[in-house]
Design a protein around this ligand. Structure first.
Ligand SMILES: *Cc1c(COP(=O)(O)O)cnc(C)c1O
Length: 490
């Protein structure tokens, strides 16, 4: 299957590319993104044929259905990363918490957040493609939380890829920072930046735009790629678990093949939700995809009112930081799928130039045939965490945002699957606060919650506090380029 561009073609880039090309060089014409030319059929026949499949068997057939130009041996190697999850036979447990509510836990991988679902296999494929072509790539990420650790973990000691993560000094949780600064490998660099997350992102942007940096990379024969969800190599691995959710409800006897369900997705850059949209379009019986947000409610406004307006918006720091976002990249792929390249380019140009766009009434109705959305304040999320924990289910603040959608948006009274995108261990101070527990730092919060609620702290989190810190650099924004060039020479 070939991949085409969301904003049309500029006459310089090829009009269609293979999957491998789309993931090595993810930026398409006019700043657009790559999308599959068509979608496979993953409807009832496909579902019926996978009732008895393992997660990996299902994954393999989904990837095959997309006809990607990656050979079987490499796909097998990539999917074997799921063997390292808590339970190799069941990497994504779907837990029944109420008669009509299941929680699909996407956090059982090495960094305890859902980014592992896609980044673990993606890292294997990207590195292998680069090696085969004898090319060297640099991946740079500005992170406030989960993308950094998951990207470092997947590319650690892999050939032909170097990774640099920038994080705001003081702007991450202790656990998230330790996951990065203790990651010891020659091809990894982690730099703390003096400033907040916006400053860090700005610093990365200006570095990537600088001619001096570009020339230096050219001279060293290093190309830039990206590991965030603008890369379709992330999205494809984020379609599989939505089908797995459906299959688990069939296996549990809560639905028959053909019955519809709701999915609730706590969303930021919309990669997780886009995966759900693609499988809905490909024939999986999903009534609607419910989008959960925190007080950065830009997605709620788009889906409920049809406007994307950043003119009066500032980023709000919440207790679900992985969803603190203003520009949600993957909405563009939905716009393209529904309205085509010309209209998508018009809308995205308007967003970039004027900081807003507005959909027509008919366009809004079209969006609302697939999506519905709600958002939640931090205090509401804490109340939900406390309520569910009192009934024996421990969830993180991102997951908690799903529960409002469960309560307010189940219009057809169907079974619902909500996604849990992080383990509680990554956000233990928020859990402690919700439960009225005093804790000075992550370590105290982890121990208090663990003993009080009999919750296990996995070894990879516990060990973080004993590991040696290897990335000590905290620098001014203006010093990042010098640090980078030193690293690339080493
Ligand atoms: C990345 C992330 C999200 C948001 O996912 P998107 O695909 O960007 O919408 C939600 N929760 C957690 C914990 C995350 O790490």
């Amino acid at each position: 299957m070939k991949f085409i561009e969301t904003r049309g073609n500029d006459g310089i880039k090829p009009e269609k590319v293979e999957f491998s090309e789309a993931i090595l060089s993810p930026l398409a014409s006019f700043g657009g993104l790559y999308v599959p030319e068509s979608l496979p059929n993953l409807g009832e026949e496909f579902i019926n044929s996978h009732i008895n499949s393992t997660y990996k068997e299902l994954a393999k057939d989904v990837l095959k259905a997309f006809e990607i130009d990656i050979d079987d041996a490499l796909i097998d190697e990539a999917l074997s990363r799921y063997d390292e999850f808590d339970d190799a036979n069941n990497p994504v447990p779907v837990v029944k918490v109420k008669d009509d509510l299941y929680i699909s836990e996407l956090y059982h991988g090495p960094t305890r957040a859902f980014k592992d679902m896609a980044l673990q296999p993606f890292g294997v494929i990207l590195s292998s493609l680069a090696k085969k072509r004898d090319e060297n790539y640099l991946i740079m990420a500005a992170t406030s939380g989960d993308t950094g650790p998951a990207t470092l973990e997947t590319f650690k000691n892999r050939d032909n890829i170097k990774v640099c993560c920038l994080y705001p000094d003081g702007g991450t949780s202790d656990v998230q920072r330790l996951q990065m600064v203790t990651e010891d490998a020659k091809n990894l660099k982690v730099i703390g930046v003096k400033g907040n997350f916006d400053d860090t992102q700005e610093a990365l942007k200006s570095l990537l735009a600088s001619k001096e940096f570009k020339d230096a990379l050219d001279a060293k024969n290093i190309k830039l790629s990206a590991a965030n969800s603008v890369n379709f190599g992330r999205i494809i691995f984020q379609t599989i678990y939505h089908i797995h959710s459906y299959l688990e409800l069939v296996r549990d006897g809560s639905i028959k093949v053909g019955d519809k369900i709701y999915l609730v997705v706590p969303s930021g850059n919309f990669g997780n939700a886009l995966g759900a949209y693609y499988v809905k379009k490909a024939g999986v019986p999903i009534e609607k995809i419910l989008i959960a947000s925190n007080s950065n409610n830009i997605l709620t406004e788009l889906i409920e009112e049809g406007k994307y307006d950043l003119r009066d918006k500032e980023l709000i720091q919440t207790n679900s930081p992985a969803m603190d976002i203003l520009k949600s990249s993957n909405i563009e792929r939905v716009l393209f799928d529904k309205f085509g390249a010309t209209r998508t380019k018009e809308l995205m140009d308007s967003l970039n130039n004027d900081n807003h766009y507005e959909l027509t009434i008919d366009e809004l109705k079209d969006i609302q045939s697939d999506f519905s959305a709600v958002f939640m304040q931090d205090s509401e999320a804490e109340a939900i965490i406390s309520e569910f924990l009192s009934n024996g289910y421990l969830m993180d603040p991102h997951t908690a945002t799903c529960i409002k959608a469960y309560r307010e948006k189940n219009e057809k009274m169907l079974p619902m699957v909500a996604y849990s995108t992080a383990e509680w261990t990554k956000f233990s101070p928020t859990i402690a606060k919700a439960m009225g527990i005093d804790a000075k730092n992550d370590k105290e919060a982890l121990n208090e919650i663990s003993s009080k609620f009999n919750a296990k702290i996995p070894d990879m989190i516990d060990n973080l506090f004993k590991k040696e810190i290897v990335h000590l650099k905290i620098v001014e924004k203006t010093d990042i380029m010098r640090e980078m060039l030193e690293f690339l020479d080493s």
